[in-house]
Design a protein around this ligand. Structure first.
Ligand SMILES: NC(=O)C1=CN([C@@H]2O[C@H](COP(=O)(O)OP(=O)(O)OC[C@H]3O[C@@H](n4cnc5c(N)ncnc54)[C@H](OP(=O)(O)O)[C@@H]3O)[C@@H](O)[C@H]2O)C=CC1
Ligand SMILES: O=C(CO)COP(=O)(O)O
Length: 336
């Protein structure tokens, strides 16, 4: 008889937390999903559906859900945090005194700590202590498609190679390929920046600027990612892989993306608050654009597309003015 599979706690019962918990449960791991909303948790636990975030998609009967964090992590051999970036520090601070020593912590959150701009692995290291294995799960992966069992490829990056493999093994399955690597900085930067760049391509599409404009923005956006990545010490190949280019293409071109949909709405002249309300789920770029630009300014890197997205999100300029600014920039070599 094979060894029983280790228990996993997934913290955050939104669309991505629910999709990943469902995947892990289907892979045969006893899986407990923690959420803060009692009615939603009950629906997941009893009716095997998350009607608020993944309506109509059946969840495995074996997936359990709770609002009790201590209960969620009891006996877990792995913790996967999937709350939005604005709730990351708060969630890890709740987790820190409760967790069992030696249990590794991974996260699928994309973004930075709001306000400080710290990388999430820096936040996790500070709050959990240096001896806890840490890993980031990232890549091109719409929750709805993963929850529906459609083929997906992602990457798990950790400085602890054995831990990256452990997390990848928990996720990997017949419809889900999990690759591994050791570059947390590059992976986190890619996952955060693609959300900001998706607003730019969405806005261009909302203004009906055509496919050339969309592709020009994706490609010059990749260049922005590579330049900032070089400055922060990430590996270029990480940004050319699933965590960078892969997620950038998905988010800039797929209408399931909430960041792209925000851009589409802004490009059509809708107000930011109305668009975010209509989307009804987290739109990380609203926060992340500030943090990306804070990081870029700290490193003296110019990011024209990202800085124009920030200006549009702040209401300082319209998408049409952003386009005018980008098109009027001085001519220059493609690579510097
Ligand atoms: N959805 C996707 O396809 C993907 C998402 N991601 C990333 O995953 C992260 C989570 O996003 P996603 O699940 O999509 O977001 P959703 O908007 O779908 O859900 C957010 C969830 O977080 C909960 N939440 C918010 N604040 C807190 C808090 N302070 N404490 C506990 N729970 C909280 C919400 O609870 P409540 O309902 O009570 O507000 C809700 O359950 C983001 O960083 C996103 O970029 C990454 C890859 C794919
Ligand atoms: O990160 C994602 C896909 O990889 C989800 O993108 P959005 O947050 O824009 O919906």
């Amino acid at each position: 008889m094979s060894d029983p599979k280790s228990a996993v706690a997934v913290l955050g019962a939104g669309s991505w937390g629910t999709a990943l918990a469902s995947l892990i449960a289907r892979n045969g791991h006893p899986t407990m999903l923690w959420g803060r909303n009692a009615a939603q948790v009950e629906a997941i636990d009893q009716r095997h559906e998350n009607p608020r975030y993944l309506p109509g998609i059946p969840l495995p009967d074996t997936l359990r859900a709770t609002t009790d964090l201590a209960h969620a992590i009891e006996g877990a051999g792995l913790i996967l945090v999937v709350v939005p970036s604005h709730a990351f520090t708060e969630t890890l601070a709740l987790l820190a005194p409760l967790r069992t020593a030696g249990v590794g912590v991974s996260w699928a959150t994309k973004g930075f700590e709001p306000g400080s701009g710290r990388f999430l692995h820096e936040v996790a290291g500070d709050l959990l202590g240096g001896d806890v294995p840490l890993a980031v799960v990232t890549g091109p992966s719409f929750a709805k498609e993963v929850a529906s069992g459609l083929p997906t490829a992602i990457t798990v990056q950790s400085e602890d190679e054995a831990f990256a493999q452990t997390v990848a093994d928990v996720l990997h399955g017949p419809t889900f390929r999990a690759y591994t690597g050791t570059d947390m900085r590059g992976a986190e930067l890619g996952g955060a920046m693609k959300n900001v760049l998706a607003v730019a391509t969405g806005a261009a599409d909302g203004m009906e600027l055509g496919l050339n404009a969309r592709t020009g923005l994706i490609t010059r956006g990749l260049n922005e990612m590579l330049r900032l990545n070089r400055a922060i010490g990430g590996r270029a190949e990480t940004l050319m892989g699933l965590a960078g280019l892969g997620d950038l293409v998905l988010t800039c071109s797929g209408d399931l993306s909430r960041n792209r949909r925000l851009g589409l709405a802004l490009g059509r002249g809708e107000k930011l608050e109305d668009a975010v309300r209509a989307i009804g789920q987290v739109v990380e770029s609203v926060q992340t654009a500030d943090e990306v630009m804070r990081l870029a300014e700290r490193h003296g890197i110019e990011l024209p597309i990202s800085s124009n997205v920030r200006a549009v999100l702040h209401g300082d300029i319209t998408p049409a003015e952003a386009l005018g600014r980008l098109m009027a920039r001085e001519q220059k070599p493609e690579f510097e």
